[in-house]
Design a protein around this ligand. Structure first.
Ligand SMILES: [Zn+2]
Length: 270
């Protein structure tokens, strides 16, 4: 099969080979036997990765997949007709189909019936405009403005809570993500009070929270607190390229945080 010749690092790849030595795969098999659904609910067909290659990776790793399609202003899916064309193209594959809602305008761009053709909907709070009117994409260092760390965090938490209150989503992904400049202070900035606000909003609005394998977030402290409050979790990668990986951080958190099969999100359809 096609090998990812461009991969420079010794990371697990979306290709064969990793399967023989990767200890996470034995763990996945064990967890499935114990009744866990091992699903990566946040995969993308990026970097030229095809649905067939994704399914091959699924077979090799034992991980089931939810494939997410970006929908919103400036993305491939912008209205009901592009949404339905995408749905028809992929609906027969044995994967969950996810709508990744982008920007805050999406709520008014698609009909409810068409949104419902997806198995679930998620978004994150990585794109927002601060009080001074500066639009930020938190993963782009040159677009991030932090005048005061504490104030930035308070604004971020308010954005997350607002998304959970106002947008009809099933999952909140890339949770607790901080821009590069703040990441070294993750534990200090994500105070108990801030974590609790996010957790309370998730509980009130019945929204599950992603354990993200790529960014290794949220922290074990957050996950334990959220579990105690009754929050459900999903596992997700949010791959930026054709490397799907094997959910290592999320799998590790199952043990670290004593997550049980019923602590996990399940799409209502299928
Ligand atoms: Zn994504």
């Amino acid at each position: 099969m096609a090998c990812n010749t461009k991969s420079k690092k010794a990371e697990p790849k979306a290709t064969e080979g990793e399967t023989t030595q990767n200890p996470t795969l034995a763990k996945i098999a064990e967890l499935k036997k114990a009744g866990y659904d091992i699903v990566d609910y946040h995969a993308h067909l990026k970097g030229g990765l095809t649905m067939e290659e994704l399914l091959e990776h699924s077979k090799e790793t034992g991980i089931a997949y939810g494939v997410a399609f970006n929908s919103g202003v400036g993305f491939p899916i912008t209205d009901d007709s592009t949404l339905l064309a995408n749905y028809r193209k992929y609906k027969d594959y044995p994967v969950y189909m996810a709508m990744q809602a982008e920007g805050r305008e999406w709520v008014n761009m698609f009909s409810k019936e068409n949104i419902a053709t997806f198995d679930y909907v998620f978004t994150d709070a990585m794109t927002w405009t601060d009080r001074k009117g500066r639009r930020m994409r938190l993963w782009m260092p040159e677009e991030v403005f932090v005048d005061d760390k504490e104030d930035f965090m308070d604004q971020l938490v308010a954005k997350i809570v607002g998304v959970m209150q106002n947008e009809p989503i099933d999952l909140y992904v890339n949770p607790t993500y901080l821009p590069d400049i703040l990441q070294p202070q993750y534990d200090a900035l994500w105070t108990d009070g801030r974590m609790q606000k996010v957790i309370d909003a998730a509980v009130e609005n019945h929204i599950a929270i992603e354990i993200n394998a790529r960014y290794k977030i949220p922290s074990a402290t957050f996950i334990k607190k959220a579990k105690a409050a009754g929050v459900k979790f999903s596992m997700g990668t949010n791959n930026a390229d054709r490397n799907l990986g094997t959910l290592d951080y999320a799998i590790e958190m199952i043990e670290t945080c004593n997550l049980e099969p019923n602590d996990f999100f399940k799409p209502s359809s299928k």
